[in-house]
Design a protein around this ligand. Structure first.
Ligand code: M6R
Length: 606
């Protein structure tokens, strides 16, 4: 949540900041701002409520500089207005700070040190910048010492990524992080910082990691990394192999539609990356060896990633025969279940930065339990800190509603389950031709995205007016129902729920009124008949029933027919019409599909 950029050493500062912020807008979009300094005596602070376009419209030609910092915000403290937008600045207008995260003890710091300071905003961030100023002016410290003192005063449970500028050293960015992501970008003659690599990829593909509790000083030709005890550290750079244009929308009206359409290609890429010519999974043996020693797999994730984990658990149990449970990371972090003797943890995260999941991983590492992160973002925090990483190869996912990351997560889980089962010599895994099945999935997805018009018609007919909707199913179809409902509610604001269809009669059926949409997902032979009966029960009470059914289980009146694949990986297909139904419902209501209200793509606060 919140995106940060900074650059020093170039007269392209303003355009680099704005371009970077646009690429980070997925992290928060309720207000934005920049501070730039021309190093010849002039500086500018421009902030606006709302989207980056509002900020851009406020820039006049004279706003130029050789260094600057920028921020796009997802409000945590104080409403999203101009005063609360970042950069926040000190009373004497010497220090400017952008911040991503939450300072848990900001009230205590304010009370203890800043009772004489008049605050302009309600943010925790302003406390930090005022505090730096206080230590510099009242205690006669230099900026570095003052910032270090402040960093030491911030409580350990706080999260932050900071970029600070001092008007009296206008070529220097002071940077630090704890829990929130931040990278240094190495340019030619100038250097940058950004919340992710993509925000700097137009300028460079060479990056340097920043670890928690380091102070990093970024100057045009030099980057210094120190511990809080002033010990200088050496850090190698790394390159990211990603096309900066991969994050462009092209001719699509919204990223979400582009990302739904990309799913067949993502499936083919995963086949290429993970399956050899003979269909044998190419998975690091060390990972398989560690997993086979486990007596229980714990899958941890949030939101859509949690839903992908629900499918994964069934795959691991079926093909590798290892008991597997799935946990919401924000729950697991604070209510840890009783664990087995030899646990192995699998973290699912598109961004690799979700704070709740990271909290669990920190605990896992403290206990030296082995772990794997399955993520779309190479070198992300969860990837760096887990024992192993498998990448999703889905390309940047920009829309807040996750689509291609979900299907990529399920596909990688299927490949890994097959690999592990084969490694364990299990027959079910040997018989599961994952390469062939994923090829069928890719073709099936293509057929579904090619029939968008029909799905758009269903959305406009059945989902545009109702306040509530239900997705129902059993087993894997229930798992997909949860994801389908999340998609619908987060972007169209229809209050949608996913239910185990057998549970309806135990309470929820009381909510069914005339024309309430109830969408049944039917891809499992064992439960198809039962789900159909449950649908009929809702129809008898006035529901408008719709069905998404696999071809081999389809009936004449079904609304959407899915091409056949192995039932164990049917979620890869049944989720696609649900994604499209959500997309067209949101579009029909004239909403901003990619940036739904109150949300941000990457949830880096707990
Ligand atoms: O980056 P992550 O996969 O860890 O993100 C987890 C959730 O915040 C995310 O899946 C969220 O639920 C999606 N926006 C839903 O579409």
């Amino acid at each position: 949540m919140c995106g940060i950029v900074g650059v020093t050493g170039t007269n392209k500062t303003v355009s680099i900041l704005i371009d970077g912020l646009k690429r980070l807008e997925y992290r928060g979009y309720d207000s934005a701002g920049i501070y730039v300094n021309d190093q010849a005596g002039k500086d500018f602070l421009i902030k606006r409520a709302g989207r980056i376009t509002n900020l851009e419209a406020a820039l006049t030609p004279e706003v130029q500089g050789m260094a600057g910092i920028g921020h796009t915000r997802w409000a945590t403290h104080g409403e999203p207005n101009q005063a609360n937008a970042h950069p926040q600045y000190s009373a004497d207008k010497r220090f400017y700070l952008v911040h991503n995260g939450v300072i848990e003890n900001y009230k205590d710091l304010k009370e203890e040190y800043l009772s004489d300071v008049k605050f302009k905003s309600q943010t925790d961030t302003e406390v930090i910048v005022q505090l730096v100023d206080k230590f510099v002016t009242a205690y006669d410290m230099d900026t570095k010492a003052a910032l270090l003192k402040v960093l030491r005063l911030i409580s350990r449970d706080s999260s932050y990524a900071f970029a600070l500028m001092d008007k009296e050293q206008p070529d220097t960015l002071y940077v630090a992080k704890n829990k929130s992501p931040l990278l240094v970008g190495i340019g030619k003659g100038y250097n940058m910082v950004g919340s992710d690599a993509l925000s700097m990829l137009n300028e460079t593909n060479e990056f340097m990691e920043i670890e928690d509790h380091e102070l990093v000083i970024v100057q045009p030709d030099h980057v210094t990394i120190e511990s809080f005890d002033n010990e200088e550290k050496h850090r190698d750079t790394f390159t990211v192999d990603m096309d900066p244009n991969a994050a462009d929308k092209g001719a699509y009206p919204f990223y979400m539609l582009k990302e739904i359409d990309e799913q067949p290609a993502v499936m083919r890429r995963l086949v290429q990356e993970y399956l050899g010519a003979n269909g044998k999974p190419q998975i690091d043996e060390k990972l398989l060896a560690q997993m086979q020693e486990a007596d229980h797999l714990y899958i941890v994730g949030a939101g859509t990633s949690y839903h992908a984990g629900l499918v994964g658990a069934r795959l691991f149990e079926r093909f590798a025969q290892i008991p597997t449970s799935v946990h919401i990371s924000s729950e697991f972090a604070y209510e840890q279940p009783l664990l087995s003797k030899k646990p192995f943890f699998i973290f699912l995260s598109q961004s690799g930065e979700t704070a709740d999941s990271r909290e669990v991983l920190v605990h896992v590492n403290e206990n030296k339990w082995p772990s794997l992160t399955i993520t779309n973002v190479d070198k992300s925090t969860l990837s760096r800190e887990a024992t192993h990483t498998l990448l999703l190869y889905a390309g940047p996912e920009i829309a807040v509603a996750s689509t291609k990351a979900y299907t990529a997560q399920v596909a990688v889980e299927a490949i890994l389950a097959k690999a592990l089962g084969e490694y364990l010599g299990l027959e079910a895994a040997q018989k599961f031709d994952v390469k062939d099945e994923l090829a069928k999935v890719a073709n099936g997805m293509q057929a579904l995205v090619d029939s968008k018009d029909e799905i758009e018609a269903i959305a406009s007919h059945a989902l545009s007016k109702p306040r509530n909707a239900f997705y129902i199913g059993r087993g894997l179809d229930w798992s997909v129902s949860l994801e389908a409902a999340l998609k619908l509610k987060e972007i169209s604001y229809v209050q949608a729920e996913g239910f185990a269809s057998g549970e309806l009669k135990h309470g929820t059926i009381a909510l069914i009124e005339k024309n309430t949409p109830v969408i049944g997902i039917i891809t499992q032979s064992r439960t198809a008949g039962l789900t159909r009966s449950n649908l009929e029960e809702t129809a008898a009470r006035g529901a408008n029933i719709l069905t998404i059914a696999s071809r081999h289980l389809a009936k004449e009146d079904d609304s959407i027919i899915l091409p056949d694949v192995d039932e164990m990986i049917s979620p890869l297909l049944s989720v696609v019409p649900a994604q499209l139904l959500a997309y067209y419902t949101s579009l029909g209501k004239g909403l901003d599909v990619d940036k739904p209200r109150n949300l941000a793509k990457s949830v880096t606060v707990q």
